[in-house]
Ligand binder design. Structure first.
Ligand code: NAP
Length: 289
């Protein structure tokens, strides 16, 4: 087959997520059958941003579907940084709570690093605490950010070769770009991290066997940015004219990429599933079972 006319597989992130959720559900059930309590996630929502509220509801629904417990702590948008940290500290001290997630972004004037830094690293299911970020850098066991974990699962399930592969990550955030670059490097890919100051982004992308776009600029990655046969992971979420749009022109890369994640049912469901996996991991680490 001509490299430019290959069949591109559109990743079904939801189907993959459901398979993993079934396994998580069985694991939770085994704990409960053995007389232990279910894992518990505590979510903290500050302010009344509808998107954040909807993400929190989705995460709690996902918990309940796999038999995990969850609880929500709502604070007004006027809450001070110390008031948010006080809630986090109460949750740290609560032995029934295995995972703590503070929904970002936080209101202006609140230092998100100070808040995530207050979470007990053992309960840091978003993998954002400096201890977990540092352990990831050192290649030590840790709770790792959910979206990067989900991306790695997608690549693994689609049997994308990483050993010696050229991986290009666009974006260098603490929550996606940096951790996914480290995970790809751990799998022996040769990783290039690109960002807003990268000189010739298209040329960097053209070299990629694995291209991860975590930017937030709609349709940034065009067909002629993609090397024939590359695996393309679109993390970006933007809304354009009321429609959900990613960082990749997904339709245009059809026939060039080997796999591509769609804007809907791509990376998103895997991110939530990795949150559940991290909560189970935190529970097992903490209870020693
Ligand atoms: P972020 O913190 O805003 O980081 C964006 C990164 O993109 C930065 O490193 C920035 O470079 C870089 N960038 C911005 N414009 C660029 C350009 N024109 N060319 C090259 N690089 C550019 O964002 P994030 O939190 O990592 O999220 C990225 C996107 O993924 C967002 O759309 C977000 O909504 C989405 N997201 C989706 C999921 C999911 O589960 N699907 C999860 C998390 C995030 P500088 O560092 O130089 O500023």
């Amino acid at each position: 087959m001509n490299a430019e006319t290959r069949q591109t597989v559109v990743v079904d992130g939801l189907a993959l997520a459901n398979e993993i959720r079934d396994e998580l559900s069985e694991a939770v059930n085994r704990h409960v059958q053995a007389g232990r309590r279910a894992p518990r996630l505590a979510v903290v929502l500050v302010g009344d941003d509808p998107a954040s509220a909807s993400y929190i509801k989705g995460k709690q629904r996902a918990c309940s579907r796999v038999g995990m417990d969850s609880e929500e702590h709502d604070l007004p948008g006027s809450a001070s940084q110390q008031e948010i940290i006080d809630v986090v500290e109460r949750l740290n001290a609560d032995d029934r709570v295995d995972g703590i997630l503070v929904q970002l972004p936080l209101p202006k004037g609140v230092d998100a690093n100070a808040v995530t830094g207050a979470i007990d690293p053992e309960k840091d299911v978003d993998g954002l605490h400096a201890v977990n970020a540092g352990r990831l850098l050192l290649g030590l066991p840790c709770l790792t950010a959910c979206t990067p974990l989900g991306i790695m699962k997608i690549l693994e399930c689609h049997k994308i070769p990483l050993e010696g592969a050229q991986a290009v990550v666009i974006g260098r955030s603490n929550i996606v770009g940096k951790p996914v670059s480290l995970l790809l490097q751990q799998k022996n890919a040769t990783v290039t991290m690109c960002h807003s100051r990268t000189r010739d982004l298209r040329a960097e992308c053209r070299r990629a066997d694995v291209l991860v776009a975590a930017v937030g600029v709609p349709m940034l990655v065009k067909r002629d940015w993609v090397k024939p046969g590359a695996a393309v992971i679109d993390v970006g979420v933007s809304v354009v004219d009321g429609k959900l749009t990613g960082d990749v022109d997904t339709d245009a890369v059809q026939g060039v990429a080997s796999i591509v994640t769609p804007h809907r049912r791509g990376v998103g469901p895997m991110t939530i599933t990795m949150l559940l996996e991290n909560t189970l991991q935190a529970y097992e680490n903490r209870t020693g079972v």
